[in-house]
Write a protein that binds this ligand. Sequence first.
Ligand code: NAI
Length: 391
Amino acid sequence: MANVNNIVMLGFGDMGKGIAQVCLMAGYNVTAVDISDEIIEKGLNYIKTGFEKLESKGKLPEGSSTVDYLAKLKTSKDIIEAVKEADLVIEAVVEKLDIKQNLCKDIIENAPEHCIFASNTSTMSITEIAEKCSKPENVIGMHFFNPAPLMRLIEVIKGDKSSEESIDIGVGVSKTLPCLRGERYIARVMKDRPGFIVNRVLSPRSIYFNYIIDLANEKGIPWEQVDADLTGPNTPMSLLTLADFTGRDISYHGQLYYGEKLSSDYKPGKVLTMQIEKGTLGKKTGQGFYDWSKGRPQPDLSKKAGLVNQEIFNAINANEGCRILEEGVATSWKVIDEAILAGMNFPGPMEYATKNYERLAKLLEETAEKLGKPYLKPCYLFKSGKFVDMI
Ligand code: NAI
């Protein structure tokens, strides 16, 4: 199996800078590539500040300093030149299929024979990203969670044509990448289906979420009150803060994609479409549901609007978990729960559903009817409770 020493981080935005940092922490040589000087500057600052903080807290390994780590980081705006000696390219550019496909093709043509191209796409098919390139066996998914230095999960995804060796290299490298908040959890995703494990299981929440925020908008209810409704227990950030943090454009493109691949019931709602048109994308533009211009918002969640039934979210998630078990993306409901805990810092939906699926399935039948969204109907494994034995 090829040794990995040189990693190219393609796209140095929100995700790219965090992934580059953990690659540096693991001791790899990293070249960060982006088309924007401003983004490169911001990424360098983020990494420098990150290492300085760790150093001041005495959290860098003995004998190493910020300067040593930064010496292994280069930046470039020329991807063709940057990949000449790359063993692994991790791609985190904008979530658009044609851009990813073209980059994948160019990189595979210009990088060494053994170079692996790993996409950090949140939703897209690895098989489709590899479609235009000459070595789809070298293309895999390596899906990190935001921010990569703090979130424990990496999903390593097998495209239809990825070789076992490429997957093993992806898993091997992922295991070496430190996480500042506990042990890394690597989930092997057995089949290339939209959203993989975590995002897929959580994806149909957007159908109910869109319904609620559109309803609240129509009724003129303040976002903080809707947020108080939407935010369940055990979540590190309120749900609308998280939506802003992730970026409304990421949600929009994701919903269009799921709308095309899984069901038109995913189509973005009115509020989301408005946010895209106005460019109020959340943290990255300084305004989303909340104002981010003075840092992370601290919404007052003391008053609820009373629009949301949290059990519907539980039912929707567990039902989707059963759908991916039916499709062979994962083979056990425990893996789904563990991946969600490691990727999102809140418990997965499956264990709870093993004891409550009959009631939850009934609730889903009613919700699908009320919202006019047939995709929310319970699938066979869920309704029958047969998933309970898939431990
Ligand atoms: P971002 O918009 O912050 O960063 C994307 C970067 O790609 C920008 O800096 C842009 O200048 C650069 N770029 C665009 N075209 C390029 C090209 N041709 N060559 C080089 N650089 C180019 O987006 P973000 O949030 O970092 O997302 C990037 C990818 O990571 C997407 O595929 C997204 O789905 C995925 N992802 C995002 C997560 C999140 O929470 N934001 C979580 C996990 C995955």
